[in-house]
Each structure stands twice: as C-alpha cells, then as structure tokens.
Design a protein around this ligand. Structure first.
Ligand code: FMN
Ligand SMILES: CCCCCCC(=O)C(=O)O
Length: 336
C-alpha cells in the first residue's frame, strides 16, 4: 500500500495530494488508525479443515463477493479524469459496493450507469426540503442505502489545506449531487445543531436502510438502534475531523458489543490481515478510503480493480492461514 501512496504522490498535484492524504490537527488520529492494526497480532487456529474459502457477505439484501466496500471520498475527478465512475466501474467488476460521497464530482446517474451497487453518503442538511430532494435523487438513481455521516457537525481543521489555501474546487469541477431543484449547486452545510431529530427526519423521508457513519461511542450505538437505524460505520473520518479521537479499530469491540446491528468499520484498513482483524473484532465488513483514491490516481478504474483484487487475494490467503473458511468464522480470540 505504501508503494501505491508514493506513486500517487508522484502523479498528483501537491495541493490535491495533501487534501487526499492529510488529516486534522497534528494527524494523531490519522496515524493511530493504521497503528491500531499494526499493534494487533493474529492467533491462528490449525487443522480446521478449512478447504476452499468463501468471502461472500450479504449486506441489506446485496451480496458482496468480499467484505470490503469503497468508503465515500470526495472529488475523484481531482485524482483521475475517470472520476467516481471509474471507481464505480472497479467496484462493479469486483462485486462490491461503492459508497458515493455527497462531494462526488460526477452526477450519481452517471456513476450508477456503470452498474455498480451504490450507497449514497449524505451530510445531514439543515434545509429539510433540500435534503429530501437529495434523498429522492439518490433513490431514483438506484442507490440501495443511505450512509449518513454524523461526525461532521463542523468541518475538521486541516493544516495542510489551510497552508495551501485549498478551500474550494477549481473551476470546471463541482459537487454534482448537491444541485437543488433549480440545478444550482449548493454548498454542503455542516450543522452543529445536528441531533437525533435529524436522523429521525431522514428516516421518515426514505425506506432505504440508513447507516450512521462516524460512531465511536457505544452509547451512540445503543441510541442508533432505538432510532431505527439499520447499521453503523465505526469511523473517525480517516482522522480528518476530531484529531485525538480514538482509532477506529480500538473503538470497534465496544460498539459491536453494544448493538445487534451490523457494524462496519473504516480507517487504516490497508491489507487482508487488517480486514481479518476487523472482522474478528466484531465488524461485518470494512471500508477502504485513501488507498482507493491513490489507486484511482495512478491507474484509473484498472488501478482500483487491482487494489480490490489484491485485498481479496490477501484476505483469502490469511483466512486459510488463520484457520477460518468464511468471515463469520472469525472470532475475537483470534486477535491478541
Ligand atoms: C480525501 C477524502 C475525502 C473524504 N470524503 C468523505 C466524504 O465526502 N464523506 C464522508 O462521509 N467521508 C469522507 N471521507 C472519510 C472516508 O469515508 C473514510 O472514513 C476514511 O477515508 C477511512 O480511512 P482511510 O482513508 O484510512 O481508509 C473522506 C476521506 C478522504 C481521505
Ligand atoms: C464542505 C466540503 C465538503 C467536502 C467533504 C469531504 C470530506 O468529507 C473530507 O473529509 O474531505
């Protein structure tokens, strides 16, 4: 993964590189996400007659060929001209879900035309009518779930972006899925008044399954279930929001123990071994953020497909070595 990051840095405009790679504050949480995986050791079982592995996982009615999804990340056209549609084509080829960011630089309809299974990521918008308009559009495009990001009541303080003065998209690019009914692109509003009422409002506006992204505290996992949410994504936004927040992997076991909902996790997942560790510690599936952007930057859709196939091969391999046939066989005792 380091090699891909290096190659991405070499091809990307340094301002965009810093936007994609960077985090908030001193980037402690950004580093902690990867370090949390590096700290874990696998305690394999032997002689389990594993045979052929089966990586399939079903999430909200969609069967994935592997328990690895593409996390929502903004501005794919800044990484590669193929943009989000390139990433989606790779997801479709690999048989997994792409979560499309509210800050995608191509229209959701174009991304959906790739045939990929899509979920739409939504920042809760204070304007209820506009929010409903966004939800309807995602539904019409065939998105199968809504991922509501709840870790961003305000935007993270990112020193790298401040240094570059990177505050808006360059001319010729727009958040294409933030258009209102008149076709005007609106800014993504981040709203510190955000509360569980917003979640209730979103739930009342759609029949799609709703996942909350950015939950780290077990108390919030309990509340989410009470508010009719279908799933959770344990995440600190890749260390881009609250610097000093707990590493996603470290938060996972307590959140998973607090709820019967499917729990996904992102932040720092780089290899098949990381996927194994996250699944063993209670995740139903994982999402990958930056490595997808780097793979897109260096190789377009083929680059992203290669990344997903590498993770698949690694996961298949480490399952065999750890004595597990399928993701559901992974249990916390396999991780020290
Ligand atoms: C460049 C970039 C843009 C992101 N954009 C969004 C976004 O629009 N919405 C969102 O919910 N999360 C966004 N995230 C957070 C990711 O969905 C995810 O939580 C994080 O990248 C996972 O960590 P990883 O990059 O270590 O895999 C973004 C992350 C990055 C790196
Ligand atoms: C106000 C611009 C919103 C873009 C958000 C993308 C994002 O979540 C990120 O982490 O960057």
């Amino acid at each position: 993964m380091t090699a891909t990051a290096d190659r991405a840095q070499a091809v990307l405009d340094p301002v965009y590189w810093d936007y994609f790679a960077g985090g908030a504050g001193d980037e402690r949480t950004l580093r902690a996400n990867e370090e949390a995986y590096a700290r874990r050791r696998i305690v394999p079982r032997v002689l389990r007659g594993v045979g052929e592995r089966d990586l399939r996982t079903t999430l909200f009615g969609t069967e994935l060929t592997l328990p690895v999804l593409i996390a929502p990340t903004a501005f794919h056209r800044l990484a590669h001209p193929e943009g989000e549609a390139g990433t989606a084509a790779a997801a479709a080829g690999a048989g997994t879900v792409m979560v499309v960011s509210s800050a995608a630089t191509q229209p959701i309809e174009e991304i959906a035309a790739t045939g990929a299974a899509l979920w739409f990521q939504l920042y809760p918008q204070p304007d209820a009518a506009f929010q409903e308009h966004l939800i309807r559009r995602a539904e019409r495009a065939g998105c199968r779930a809504l991922v509501v990001t709840v870790d961003s009541p305000v935007f993270g303080l990112r020193d790298r972006d401040s240094r570059h003065g990177f505050t808006e998209l360059p001319a010729g690019y727009a958040c294409e899925n933030m258009r209102d009914a008149a076709g005007r692109v609106r800014d993504i509003a981040m709203d510190a008044a955000l509360s569980w009422d917003h979640v209730d409002r979103i739930r009342a506006a759609t029949d799609l399954p709703i996942l909350l992204k950015g939950v780290l505290h077990p108390g919030d996992a309990e509340l989410a279930a009470a508010h009719g949410v279908a799933g959770l994504i344990v995440s600190n936004h890749g260390g881009r929001q609250l610097d000093g927040a707990i590493a996603a992997l470290d938060a996972l076991p307590a959140v998973a123990a607090a709820t019967a909902l499917p729990v996904l996790v992102d932040g720092g997942v780089r290899r098949g071994t990381d996927v194994l560790v996250a699944l063993a510690l209670g995740a139903t599936a994982v999402l990958i953020g930056r490595p997808v952007v780097y793979a897109l930057a260096t190789g377009g859709r083929r680059g992203v497909r290669e990344l997903l196939e590498t993770v698949r091969t690694e996961l298949d391999h480490v399952l065999a070595l750890a004595g597990a046939r399928r993701p559901a066989d992974l249990t916390p005792d396999l991780v020290a």
